[in-house]
Design a binder for this molecule. Structure first.
Ligand SMILES: NC(=O)c1ccc[n+]([C@@H]2O[C@H](COP(=O)([O-])OP(=O)(O)OC[C@H]3O[C@@H](n4cnc5c(N)ncnc54)[C@H](O)[C@@H]3O)[C@@H](O)[C@H]2O)c1
Length: 315
């Protein structure tokens, strides 16, 4: 029988792509999600092919039930927003830290082979060192970044103490189809594309020269599956990104090119907890996962735009 993968947060943006990639290669998938930021529509094309557990990872019992019989757990469920964590650090901690501890404990108790955890570039904080290498000392400056670092450390501790195989992937600014363009916490690419298409001005916090390593979701899903399989990835923390800095103003220009009309932004003061520059060294991912970011920024923006216009063109 094929392996059973539990995808926590599988109704979310990245989780739905990971679930779909697993199904496409013939694996069995169970999703646990409480639909707090995820959407039923994200499951629409494969709902009948997955086992769905509706529940909250803040409950150990729910987590335990969800991982029973699993070979692998891909742990993506989280409150994935810096501004939200600044407004409500306690809830971010409960979901991102206690929730991860529940998933790790339940995975250990259920004899799961490996847990792959979605960490974040935000653990690097405001450190001026570029590119961000895994060997840099983490120094998060938002409650969200702290929660991701704590969860990462729990993964490594479970690997050391209980021999539970664990890998933490530090994703950098993921974008692509199904990223919620309506949420106030949305990723910047989804927001710019929506506002650009509607002819409304996007807000840029700061002067727009801040850089990010925008990473198309298919690159991330592929790397996540590799992390579940690679024997050398166990106990490692690995950057997943494109390895290229792009400014928010450059991103806006790329969005204008696909929507085919001018998009004039409103510039406001920088937000608390936001980081000025960030891009990754992806050589560890290349070496341990055989990772190659196959879809670059412009191509990813084009695919995201096309899928918003016509969802059947999503890949
Ligand atoms: N999108 C990015 O750019 C990015 C960057 C770095 C790291 N990450 C991490 O990747 C993961 C997925 O992010 P995403 O962008 O797909 O976000 P998302 O909000 O689309 O997905 C998160 C999913 O987790 C579910 N969830 C939240 N709280 C839950 C709970 N208590 N119990 C059960 N399910 C719960 C949500 O309903 C949602 O479906 C997160 O862990 C996030 O921190 C994302």
């Amino acid at each position: 029988m094929s392996d059973l993968y539990v995808v926590t947060g599988g109704a979310g943006f990245i989780g739905s792509h990971v679930a779909e990639a697993l199904l496409a290669r013939g694996d069995r998938v169970r999703i646990i999600d409480n639909f707090s930021t995820g959407r039923r529509g994200n499951l629409a094309t494969f709902r009948d092919d997955v086992d769905l557990v509706e529940g909250d990872i803040r409950s150990y019992e729910r987590a335990h039930k969800a991982v029973q019989g699993a070979d692998y757990v891909i742990h993506l469920a989280a409150l994935p927003s810096v501004p939200r964590s600044v407004q409500d650090p306690l809830t971010t901690n409960e979901v991102n830290v206690t929730g991860t501890l529940n998933i790790l404990s339940a995975s250990r108790d259920a004899g799961v082979r490996r847990v792959v955890f979605a960490s974040s570039s935000s653990v690097y904080g405001a450190s001026p060192d570029l590119p961000k290498r895994e060997s840099l000392r983490p120094a998060p400056i938002s409650p969200y970044g702290v929660s991701k670092l704590a969860a990462e450390q729990y993964c490594m501790a479970f690997n050391a103490v209980y021999d539970l195989e664990a890998v933490a992937l530090r994703y950098f600014n993921v974008f692509g189809p199904r990223q919620d363009p309506q949420s106030q916490y949305s990723g910047v690419v989804a927001l710019f594309l929506r506002l650009g298409a509607e002819g409304k001005p996007p807000t840029i916090f700061g002067d727009g020269n801040q850089t990010r390593d925008f990473t198309y979701v298919t690159n991330v899903a592929t790397a996540t599956l590799s992390a579940a399989a690679s024997s050398t990835a166990v106990g490692r923390v690995i950057n997943i990104a494109c390895g290229q800095p792009h400014s928010v103003n450059e991103l806006l220009a790329a969005v204008q090119a696909v929507v085919g009309k001018p998009v004039t932004p409103v510039y406001l003061a920088p937000r608390e907890g936001d980081i000025e520059h960030s891009y990754a060294d992806v050589s560890v991912a290349r070496e341990l996962l055989g990772y190659r970011p196959l879809v670059a920024l412009d191509e990813g923006i084009r695919r995201t735009f096309d899928s918003a216009v016509d969802p059947s063109r999503e890949d």
